[in-house]
Write a protein that binds this ligand. Structure first.
Ligand code: PMP
Length: 455
């Protein structure tokens, strides 16, 4: 424990008197888990008030792409601040949101030409769900009001987003408040049969989705998926062929495809958007997190002309999409997003990340021999290992033992912010990480895993 006299301890005590933290059992902070007050950030490093540094291996919940205090994003936000911090986006507009929308349309899969903004990922999912339902209603299909989702998917924490997600830990308590959805098995390749390729597994699992659509398409508005990686579900991955088949089935059954790329968008899977790897265009693309390089809350739902057209009408027909949030299209956030897209273009980030991702993959693969690691997987700038009590049978540790938490604590002692999801230890660093820092991050994880699994 930190001595009570240090600056860290003083900030932690003041914090714990009033701040109720997200995704946290606050009692953990009485002893098991230290509260770390951060004074500053620079690149991949965070520094606390006692001067200790932590490598941000999780990009501060997957938002940071180009490091903390990035000079180019700082300059863009500063310049915007001098002109306009925010303006209502109904009836009014501003340069940053206009520029950003043009730039997003240019980089997104072709045909996504309309940008509807909100201010966080869950809100974007709410927008997409409402927009899909409302589209069908405006087209006279009032029976289309159900959603199809994959097992182990995650789409956010607000009630609509929670309903279309499937991580029990977050969802089960609130089930009485949630709309009913159709859940089909996930193509998750952790569950491959021995000797089965990812593509074969994903293809085989698609049969359940096809069946659900064949049976329910008349009442289904949309299928929602996290393309290629179910991040909050433990970085579980699947093959692009699943998305290809899904796109074709959605067309065949007249159902929307909502791609939630809130976590996987902006280069995380090795392409700018994960959907590109399947060569598909969703009907709605949800983006947030990396959109502003990890600076400010902003999200967008990008959609097509036909969907936009279903809402475009005489006012008195009451067909407009009236959804709104006060901070929609915030000018500072849009300026940060434009600077972020500028870095992608100017630094050829997608190309440059290939070598970095290969290095990450190679280092993480070295963990495959560990007696308590059941799986090693990687997709672009995301890599994960899954702990197990018994490697051969992949029997997990009882969750109550919180082995992953021991890895987290070890990381803090050694100077790395690793934040496992249960017993899945993953790496999702900012793209400005160096090969040497990747080595350090994986080494700290290995030590932590040794420690966590030794007893
Ligand atoms: N969808 C996905 C795929 C996510 O990973 C997240 C956040 N982890 C969300 C939606 C929700 O975003 P937010 O936390 O900004 O509400």
């Amino acid at each position: 424990m930190t001595p009570a006299s240090t600056a860290n301890a003083r900030y932690a005590a003041r914090d714990l008197a009033h701040v109720w933290h997200p995704c946290t059992q606050m009692k953990d902070h009485e002893g098991q888990v230290p509260m770390i007050p951060i004074r500053s950030g620079q690149g991949v490093w965070l520094e606390d008030f006692d001067g200790r540094r932590y490598l941000d291996a999780v990009s501060s919940w997957w938002v940071n792409l180009f490091g903390h205090a990035n000079p180019r994003i700082n300059a863009a936000v500063r310049a915007q601040l001098e002109r306009l911090e925010h303006v209502i986006l109904a009836g009014f507009t501003h340069e940053a949101v206009i520029d950003l929308s043009e730039e997003l349309v240019a980089v997104a899969p072709g045909g996504l030409t309309r940008c509807f903004y909100a201010d966080n990922g869950s809100a974007a999912v709410e927008v997409a769900v409402k927009m899909s339902f409302h589209y069908w209603r405006n087209r006279g299909r009032t029976d289309k009001r159900r959603f199809v989702t994959l097992a182990n998917s995650y789409h956010g924490e607000t009630l609509g987003a929670l309903a279309v997600g499937n991580v029990e830990l977050y969802k089960s308590v609130y089930r009485p408040l949630l709309m009913d959805v159709i859940t089909v098995p996930s193509p998750d390749c952790f569950l491959c049969e021995p000797g089965e390729s990812w593509a074969d597994h994903s293809r085989r699992l698609f049969a359940s989705l096809e069946q659900a659509l064949a049976r329910h398409a008349r009442e289904v508005a949309a299928v929602i998926v996290e393309p290629l990686v179910q991040c909050a579900g433990g970085m579980r991955m699947y093959d692009p062929v699943y998305l290809e088949m899904l796109r074709a089935a959605c067309d065949r059954h007249e159902v929307h495809l909502i791609a939630d790329e809130i976590a996987v968008g902006f280069g995380r899977t090795g392409t700018m958007f994960a959907c590109e790897q399947a060569g598909i265009r969703p009907d709605m693309l949800c983006l947030s997190k990396g959109l502003t390089g990890g600076y400010l809350p902003l999200s967008v739902v990008m959609t097509t002309e036909p969907i936009y057209a279903a809402f475009y009408d005489e006012y008195t027909r009451l067909n407009a999409f009236l959804h709104s949030h006060s901070y929609t299209g915030n000018a500072l956030a849009c300026a940060a997003a434009r600077a972020t897209l500028g870095i992608f273009r100017e630094d050829r980030v997608i190309e440059r990340n290939r070598a970095l991702a290969a290095h990450l993959a190679a280092r993480v693969r070295e963990l495959a021999d560990h007696p308590h690691i059941a799986d090693v997987r990687q997709c672009g700038m995301i890599a994960a290992v899954e702990l197990a009590r018994d490697k051969a049978s992949r029997t997990p540790y009882p969750w109550q033992e919180r082995r992953g938490l021991a890895v987290y604590r070890h990381g803090l002692e050694r100077g790395a912010l690793l934040r496992p999801i249960g017993d899945v230890i993953y790496f999702m660093p900012p793209y400005v990480i160096t090969p040497g820092e990747i080595d350090f991050m994986v080494e700290v994880a290995r030590e932590g895993i040794d420690r966590a699994t030794s007893a």
